[in-house]
Write a protein that binds this ligand. Structure first.
Ligand SMILES: C[S@@+](CC[C@H](N)C(=O)[O-])C[C@H]1O[C@@H](n2cnc3c(N)ncnc32)[C@H](O)[C@@H]1O
Length: 236
């Protein structure tokens, strides 16, 4: 029997209409639609985003990816998820894995695909690109992400606060992901640099409850959701 294909599908940042035409076609043609399992019994982000598109006859597969930094636990989860996907592909069925934002941009899919490839290199994996959070946030703000010769640095802030000063020295535009839990540490650095006026936090961009915090001069602390992004125009 021919093996099924695994598709990694970018589903955009929240608004279900941000999925691409190709992504939607692959998603709806798949035998099985997979996504990261939510926590505490709630549907995960990708699962919520694709809810309007999944067909009644499609099977779903919620895969567990724990929110921890411990490599052993993470590797075990990727192995288990890859094994579950493999069992479906072995039956000749296709699997579409829905990924919030863009699939190649700080995404769990990368680890799933790598693990599957390691154990079963014969499996065909196809990736559909999509709308990432920096693209969605700048569109909402009505500002360009970059123009002309501007240099852009993107940092996953949770792990890289120590790199921020260097990024501000070097780039004209700095984007911080995973900023929620370190926002209070970052604010004094932005204040010292005089860039708070040209900084924006966008929370849950393209969701109905999306929130923009512009001009952060009076916001030394913010209680933010994990799904928050900070954009800094370093130069006026
Ligand atoms: C694991 S990364 C996933 C990035 C995602 N693949 C993308 O293309 O944007 C999670 C981080 O992306 C950012 N992010 C993802 N979706 C977002 C949204 N809807 N609104 C604001 N930030 C978002 C946040 O900084 C969050 O902490």
């Amino acid at each position: 029997m021919q093996l099924g294909t695994l598709y990694g599908i970018s589903v955009g940042t929240g608004d279900p209409e941000l999925i691409t035409v190709k992504g939607l076609r692959y998603l709806q043609q798949a035998d099985v639609v997979a996504f990261p399992a939510g926590i505490k019994g709630k549907a995960g982000m990708a699962e919520q985003i694709i809810a309007p598109w999944v067909q009644n006859q499609q099977a779903t597969l919620a895969l567990d990816f724990p929110y921890v930094q411990d490599n052993v636990t993470l590797t075990q989860a990727w192995e288990k998820a890859a094994e579950r996907v493999w069992r479906v592909l072995q039956q000749g069925k296709t699997v579409a894995f829905a990924c919030e934002g863009d699939v190649s941009f700080y995404s769990t899919f990368t680890y799933l695909a790598q693990t599957l490839h390691q154990h079963h290199p014969q499996v065909k994996i196809e990736i559909v690109p999509g709308v990432s959070s920096p693209a969605a946030a700048t569109a909402l703000l009505g500002i360009p992400l970059t123009v002309q010769k501007q240099r852009l640095v993107i940092l996953p802030a949770l792990y890289t606060v120590h790199d921020l000063e260097r990024a501000l020295d070097w780039a004209e535009v700095v984007v911080l992901l995973k900023v929620a839990s370190v926002y209070d540490q970052i604010w004094p650095i932005l204040q010292k640099r005089g860039v708070l006026e040209r900084s924006w936090v966008v929370e849950r961009v393209t969701w109905p409850e999306q929130q923009i915090y512009a001009d952060l001069q009076n916001s030394p602390t913010l209680k933010l959701s994990y799904f928050s992004i900070l954009i800094i125009h370093v130069q006026p």
